[in-house]
Design a protein around this ligand. Structure first.
Ligand SMILES: [Zn+2]
Length: 367
């Protein structure tokens, strides 16, 4: 999200990044672009059929056909539109409040729910627990990654698990989540045919399982063997008796078209907290881990997502360039967030022991 070098790929805009082995060749291309073969052909007709089979099996006597995770972003808005309008599903919209969302998240989610005549549930997780959880994700050295990817990896899994637990308790058989194809892959839920992709996904999942075990141990150590570790770091993404469905692996993912559709049909508004050029939204924590990745001179997983989307032609390079040009770290906001998380001292310590160079946030927190 923030640039740390002018050495970037001319095709996908990814920055040179020794940590992730991203190099830029003399023609100005990164090794991902240089080695990229065409996107694997997917049989969308067959996938759509598979999707329709899943929803055809639903229990029609239940109060809701499914629960839909509603983050207020364009992906969940588009998914809600498709599931209700095209497939006529009766859905409960779930918006999870982790305590660090922007107000627009709730405004967007509620506009969409009203517009599509969906019941809506805003579920606020115990704020004290969330504060402790995020402090742990940002500052515990046992799980720290150079690109700060641990924050979203763990939190993403926890939120999906939370949604499926709620659905299970309410007797709702299906949970729909609007994660994009890259994110689905990183959660190990992607339908893959290519043997290399399957191996890569299995490898990624083995790492996640390993990291999860480490996290549970570190959490329990820091919280006197408190059992919440199992709850916050689930090994399985989904609760029992619930089917978790990621619609964007059954239909082509076309972010630009999707955004245009939801703006036109649902009065959906782009959340411009990260940049005046909207590509994706997220919670307040995104800016902090993006800033930390930038201090460590690494791309973060969102940078990788954008570069994949450019490479696959789903987003124009000019949009990505504008996004980065218009995004800047706001140190006051980051410092305020750090204080809200009650972790100024821990973060300062972490910054001085794990981040080589003096950085602006460290100075700000010290002042
Ligand atoms: Zn590239």
């Amino acid at each position: 999200m923030f640039r740390y070098t002018s050495k970037h790929c001319k095709q996908c805009y990814l920055q040179e990044d020794p940590f992730h082995n991203i190099t830029i060749n003399t023609q100005g291309l990164c090794n991902l672009c240089e080695n990229s073969t065409r996107t694997p052909e997917r049989n969308w007709e067959k996938r759509q059929k598979q999707f329709e089979e899943i929803i055809a099996k639903r229990d029609r006597s239940a109060q809701y056909d499914g629960l839909i995770m509603m983050s207020g972003g364009k992906d969940s808005a588009y998914m809600a539109h498709m599931l209700t309008k095209k497939y006529g599903l009766n859905l409960l919209a779930l918006t999870i409040d982790n305590g660090f969302e922007y107000p627009e998240t709730f405004e967007n989610a509620s506009t969409i729910a009203k517009k599509l005549d969906m019941a809506q549930l805003v579920y606020r997780i115990n704020p004290k627990l969330m504060q402790e959880y995020y402090k742990f994700l940002f500052c515990n050295p046992a799980i720290l990654q150079k690109d700060c990817g641990q924050v979203c990896t763990f939190c993403g899994r926890f939120l999906v698990r939370t949604a499926t637990e709620l659905a299970a308790n309410m007797g709702i058989p299906l949970v729909f989540s609007g994660h994009n194809p890259e994110q689905i892959f990183l959660m190990g839920e992607s339908i893959e045919e290519d043997p290399d992709r399957i191996t890569m996904m299995e490898f990624t999942m083995a790492l996640v399982q390993e990291d999860t075990a480490t996290a549970v141990k570190a959490w329990e150590k820091a919280h006197s063997a408190n059992r919440t570790g199992q709850l916050l770091f689930p090994l399985k993404l989904s609760a029992d008796n619930v089917s978790l469905v990621f619609p964007f692996q059954y239909f082509p993912y076309e972010p630009d078209k999707m955004r245009e559709t939801v703006q036109r049909k649902l009065n959906w508004l782009p959340i411009k907290r990260f940049s005046k050029t909207y590509i994706a939204s997220g919670c307040k924590l995104v800016k902090l881990w993006a800033y930390l990745a930038h201090c460590n001179e690494t791309n973060n997983y969102v940078d990788f997502e954008f570069s994949t989307q450019v490479r696959e032609g789903t987003i124009p390079l000019s949009t990505i360039k504008n996004f980065y040009t218009e995004s800047a770290a706001d140190l006051d906001e980051l410092a305020e967030l750090t204080h809200d998380l009650n972790m100024a001292a821990s973060l300062q310590e972490m910054l001085s022991s794990h981040f080589g160079k003096e950085n602006e946030l460290h100075k700000k927190l010290a002042s």
